[in-house]
Write a protein that binds this ligand. Sequence first.
Ligand code: WT7
Length: 703
Amino acid sequence: MGKPGVFNKALICDPPILKVMQSSGGGAAEHLLESEIGVHWKEEELINPPPKFIAQANMADPAIFERFGEENFPECFREYAELLSWDRYWHTTLDTSNPPFWKWFVGGKLNASYNCIDRHLAKHRNKAAIIWVPEQEEEPDQILTFQELYSRVNEFALVLSEVAGLKKGDRVTFHLPMNPSLPVSMLAAARLGIIHNEVFGGFSAKACAERMEDAKSKILVTCDGYYRNGQWIDKKADADLTVDEASKVGIKVEKVLVWRRYPGKYLSKAEMVAGRDYFVDELLKKMHGKRVYPIPMDSEDPLFLMYTSGSTGRPKGCQHRTGGYLAYAAGTSKYVQDIHPEDVYWCFADIGWITGHSYIVYGPLALGATTVMYEGVPMFPDPGRSWRIAERLGVNIFHTAPTTIRMLRKAAPNEPDKYNYHFKTMTTVGEPIEPEVWRWYYDVVGKGEACITDTWWQTETGGIMCSTLPALQSMKPGSAGSGMPGIYPIIYDENGNEIKKGERRAGNICIRNPWPGIMQTIWGDPERYVRQYYLKYCKNTSSKDWHDWPYFAGDGAVLAPDGYFRILGRVDDVIKVAGHRLGTKELENAALTTKEISEAAAVPLADELRGHVPLIFASLKPGATPSKEIEAEVVSNIAKELGPIAKPRAVYLVPDLPKTRSGKIMRRVLAAISNNEDYGDVTTLANPDVVETIRKTVREHSV
Ligand code: WT7
């Protein structure tokens, strides 16, 4: 075997389950470079999967690591592409002629909507494709069989083309919550090659308008409203604001298509604008029974955009391709999540993020699985809700984020015991998971029966980069496992030297090779794509050899002696709040819309449940005096600009922000003060005295 982390097959075939103890290692890091992050933890034990799981797993053959080894790259990825139905087979698996703009499965043609729906009809017409669980517990679930999904997607595709006038290559923006209208809209767009651009439902109208402007998208698909935490949220009112905000940035929204939660009944207070706004249920009636042919798309035709925060102010539109993305989502869903068509799979995440695109919609549906989607929050009406859903629907694969796991653990640590459900695999994604929390997930939620996969990846990567393969590699609490088959991660220090296994030093995790799920580019800004992800460690910018172009992920990581990566978090200016990625610059720009504010810095404060929450430090313009009103206005402006998820925990109005002599704001110092950490030597700053003042302010108003 020889592959990192693959355990000895002889051991696992022999029940009872063997727990392989690992000699303890770890310890404090020494000689860290500026950008490196200290690591102090003990090595965790390895835990092996139950034999019963291995017996049914999609991937229990250790030869997969050889098949996907570097000597078989890139052809190994045929194995994923062959999970799909192609209208035309590709002639070139990977084209590297214009790095880092990789092309995958070149010459191939396929349709994502066909792959997720039509091809399953012959065998699974009456099987549930999507089970939607409304937040109101007394409201019945909605079950969309593959046939029903097929009808709805065809009919809505006709609305997109005939009413909205959209055609292949156009962008359509969705500002939709967790409601079946969202996957239906996505698959309808994909059917016609219309590039969908879903903006997370919890983002503000302004954030939606900005993304419409960047994508040059003139059609908005929204809904009248939805339930969240027991409250009805009026979404159509947001759409009107979006149209206003979009017009300010030069986009005239031509049509607003409004899905109604209860067809025929309009629950928003906002008026419909004649000639601009349409009820989708009324339009659908006209399309009843009509079908459209799924257009065979080039592998490289874009499937969707997904905006994400980066280190500068403007969100980046990650552009994902049809063939490579879908192949990668399907392959990883099959081997990491171990999804079989007969499984009931529930990814408790939001489709408004990449997790939902890849692992609620495209991956599971490409495999013909049943995917559960839940409208609401984990704690509504009580912390038993998730386990009731699992029990009632017979969910056997569960997937969520550490922030949800922490919240459920804190609220009702013994609650899962009361319910009769059985998971075979559980996934965690989005943030590092603390070993403590991992163990609760394993012992209590998983009842000691389920394999956990800790999956590390990003919006940009399209699918999972690091994880264990559940039937082949042991689990290790807090560790994201090794690179996926065909993914060759590496850790570099700031100078581009490799940090090897067991060195106990943190560095920047990179991926040495291209893979099918990698985004194609940043929409409208290819130069930023190169700069942000490739220039840092590129060995030769004129080279056409992929070996010279490692992908820089922006995360700190450490590589244990067994070849497992432990992800430490972002090294750039991104704050992860409850698994949502927010840019410090976006937060600061929003804070600066408060007229009294002169300068602002956003920093992450560690939070027991949400991972991190933002804090704002701001200085005032001359003549303004600090007040509670200004602080409150900063909070409300941030909520207005970005959405309620971005609200800072506190706003500190301070005389000045710590700066280097060249004027760079030292967020690191502010973060250290806020988190009660050592902020190091500040004597070389331009204004060292202000650090003490800020420290006092923070101490006096601890949050
Ligand atoms: C960032 C990407 C990928 C889907 C959801 C988030 C962090 C992601 C893990 C993990 C530790 C993780 C990283 C990454 N992250 N998964 N298993 N362990 N950290 O996508 O919003 O693009 O965020 O999330 O910092 O860079 P995203």
